[in-house]
Design a protein around this ligand. Structure first.
Ligand SMILES: [Cu+2]
Length: 169
């Protein structure tokens, strides 16, 4: 006896509907990446160093500003946003008073000789070739885990390899 596999029309229609919804949900999620962090890196530290600087590019794809309110990592007691200013001939860095604002539809670059995230009370040296997790806390976008790669001390600022996108959870 011949056995036909029978799919009721309604079932097929709802199946297509479900696939369509999943597809668009994923598209929406990709477009949802309001804050995108790229090229997060630190320079290797000499043995015994208590501080380390981290650089990255933070892009805001949203229509409203967001603020980087704090940074945490298991590798250091604390992390601050530092800005660099010239005092005569001497470059000085100081902690940013308040949050780092990421304006809408633009990006903020933390790069050598500009701003950086400073780890204070480093618990272990950063070794070239390694990587570690940094947690960025944004006012709107929430918490974001960033993978920071460690480059040799002489690493230049113009490195575009190791690009990564981090989507908000
Ligand atoms: Cu600093």
């Amino acid at each position: 006896m011949k056995k036909d596999i029978f799919y009721p029309k309604q079932f097929v229609v709802s199946l297509i509907l479900v696939f369509t919804m999943v597809f668009f949900a994923q598209m929406a999620h990709a477009a949802d990446a309001i804050i995108v962090v790229r090229d997060a890196f630190a320079k290797a530290t000499p043995k015994g160093a208590r501080t380390a600087a981290i650089y990255m590019n933070i892009k805001n794809n949203g229509a409203e500003p967001d603020r980087l309110t704090s940074i945490t990592t298991e590798l250091a007691d604390k992390a601050q946003i530092h800005t660099m200013t010239m005092q005569g001939d001497v470059m000085q860095m100081r902690a940013l008073p308040g949050d780092l604002i990421i304006p809408p539809h633009s990006s903020v670059s933390l790069s050598p000789m500009a701003s950086h995230i400073m780890l204070i009370g480093l618990k272990q040296p950063l070794i070239a070739g390694g990587n570690f997790t940094l947690v960025l806390h944004f006012a709107k976008c929430g918490e974001m885990d960033i993978n920071v790669i460690v480059k040799p001390i002489a690493a230049s600022e113009n490195m575009n390899e190791d690009t990564q996108n981090h989507l908000p959870q």
